[in-house]
Design a protein around this ligand. Structure first.
Ligand code: GLN
Length: 546
């Protein structure tokens, strides 16, 4: 029997609802249950694919090619359950489906309304495409009180009625702020947002209270009393030094036990019947590393770290694998158009150019790749980063002066070009240069064949076929392969049909790798991605040289 846990947020955004959901998922999993995590986003975009990283942070891509919310990245990293297209929906998607149905005449002349048609579509989404999991955790984006969120809250209220309280649970995440002038913690915002939920007909079962210090018992009692929640179910969620401590901290506060108790699943004396040793091991390694390396990340959205969420996590994982702390030095690539790259890059043990879009800052990224190549510093180019590295090699190694990307307009030598046709298994996918921007990139998992004996094949432990996730419109142009290879840039990973370059490397270099896919999306704390593990190892070796 599948049970549904709904996680809402109140008071303010950015309280870490995604991490809280992921952590509860991990705890239930550690108790032996099968879990699935989903995110319902109230905004009107059909998906986050066309949203600016400044607005939305990273777009997390699933194996099945959906562009989704970055919280799905947390879910996957914490539980290891691969996220799917059916794990994220937005108001925009729900409405476009409802309207398409209306146009087809599927409502048989009825008046189409938010209740029941939109709420039915939301409920259908929540219960569809499941594999008989024990728990489905559904996080509702935004905060209670937002106009956009109402249909979602109404839908989960109805679902709880349809399925029964014994199969559903409402968790509400709030803030208990400390007011310095009063010298006290304030429970009023929590009372208000719980009440706000109640006006929609939802009584919170568990309150998760974010706070920067211990919440005294009398304050917790007050919250319990005013919010109509049992005292044990007012759980403190205190700040922690690493996000991987959250599941441990939640367990210590009794979060998972209270969830199981609600569902009548907690056997007598089984409160601590859970093995969190793998989480403890990760936290131990993060807290007491044996060394430190500095990686320069040369990108465009460096003042907005949410834009590179999976990337910074994957680098942490690479550090965990090598027992070092990875210090990230975020550098705005445009800076290199004014200042010498060496001035900023000299002290770094490795240089990474991440994914990106558009011409602005691209020359700076090309300069970073050049510096790394010439100075023999470990270099990792991801997606756009690989494309810029190939342009750099074309210009400065192979002497193709006009090398560029057609993403920036017509080029004399489009070393990176627009892809309008490619094969996926036995089907041919087609795009038009003037088509829609949304959902039209090469998206999701694709297989890639590795060249035997190449550096990358060794990194993947001599596997010759790998699968990684993509999100890009342009591709390195195969027409330049021979010239680039003759000058030392080897194409060591190709699509199975041999048409799309997936990986380039420089065998004579200490560690120089460009990948067209996004390996960071599949890295997990317990299973660091081999490319990140190897890159950080190269950085560790580099740091010993200096
Ligand atoms: N802008 C490039 C493209 O569309 C790279 C995209 C990316 O780095 N994700 O091909």
């Amino acid at each position: 029997m599948t049970r549904f846990i709904f996680i809402t947020g109140g008071v303010v955004s950015s309280l870490g609802k995604g991490l809280s959901s992921a952590s509860l998922g991990a705890l239930l999993q550690a108790r032996g249950y099968r879990v699935r995590l989903r995110k319902l986003d109230p905004y009107l975009n059909v998906d986050p694919g066309t949203m600016s990283p400044y607005q939305h942070g990273e777009v997390y891509v699933t194996d099945d090619g959906a562009e989704t919310d970055l919280d799905l990245g947390h879910y996957e990293r914490y539980t290891g359950v691969p996220a799917r297209r059916s794990d994220n929906v937005t108001t925009g998607r729900i409405y476009s489906n409802v309207i398409a149905k209306e146009r087809r005449g599927d409502y048989l002349g009825g008046t189409v309304q938010v209740i029941p048609h939109v709420t039915d579509a939301i409920k259908e989404f929540i219960v569809s495409d499941l594999d008989d999991e024990d728990f489905v955790l559904c996080e509702i984006g935004g905060t209670v009180g937002d106009i956009e969120g109402l249909p979602f809250l109404e839908a989960i209220r109805q679902l709880s009625n349809d399925l029964g309280r014994e199969r559903t649970l409402f968790v509400h995440l709030t803030l208990v702020p400390y007011i310095p002038s009063a010298g006290e913690l304030k429970t009023k915002p929590t009372q208000h947002s719980t009440k706000e939920l109640l006006t929609i007909g939802i009584q919170a079962d568990i309150l998760l209270c974010r706070c920067d210090r211990e919440i005294p018992l009398d304050a917790r009692r007050k919250i319990a009393l005013f919010c109509n929640v049992r005292e044990d179910r007012v759980i403190q969620a205190l700040d922690v030094d690493t996000i991987y401590q959250v599941p441990i901290a939640y367990h210590q506060q009794g979060f998972d036990t209270e969830v199981l108790r609600h569902f009548g699943l907690l056997a007598e004396g089984a409160e601590d019947d859970i093995d969190l040793s793998r989480w403890e091991e990760i936290v131990k390694r993060i807290r007491a590393p044996e060394g430190e390396v500095t990686i320069a990340v040369v990108g465009k959205y460096t003042n907005l770290l949410d834009a590179y969420k999976s990337l910074s996590e994957a680098l942490v994982h690479g550090g965990i694998a090598n027992n070092v702390r990875v210090k990230l030095n975020w550098i705005e690539s445009e800076l290199f158009e004014r200042e010498e790259p060496s001035y900023h890059l000299e002290g770094c043990d490795g240089i990474l150019v991440p994914g990106g879009f558009g011409q602005r800052g691209s020359e700076g990224k090309i300069m970073a790749a050049r510096y790394a190549r010439e100075q023999n510093v470990p270099f990792f180019g991801i997606c756009f980063g690989m494309q810029m590295a190939v342009i750099e090699a074309a210009r400065n190694l192979a002497g193709i002066a006009g090398a560029g990307s057609s993403e920036f307009g017509p080029s004399d030598a489009p070393v990176v070009g627009l892809l309008t046709e490619w094969s996926r298994g036995n089907t041919l996918e087609r795009r038009h240069a003037s088509g829609d921007l949304g959902g039209t990139m090469r998206l999701g998992a694709y297989p890639c064949n590795l060249t035997p004996g190449s550096q990358v094949a060794k990194i993947y432990q001599n596997r010759l076929e790998i699968g990684e996730r993509h999100r890009h419109r342009y591709e390195v142009n195969i027409a330049f392969k021979d010239r680039l290879e003759a000058h030392g840039l080897k194409f060591s990973g190709m699509s199975p049909d041999g048409v799309l370059p997936e990986i380039v490397e420089i065998p004579d270099h200490v560690w120089y790798m460009g990948v067209q896919f996004h390996p960071e999306l599949k890295s997990k704390p317990f299973e660091p991605h081999p490319l990140f593990e190897s890159f950080i190892k190269a950085a560790v070796d580099q740091s010993r040289l200096v």
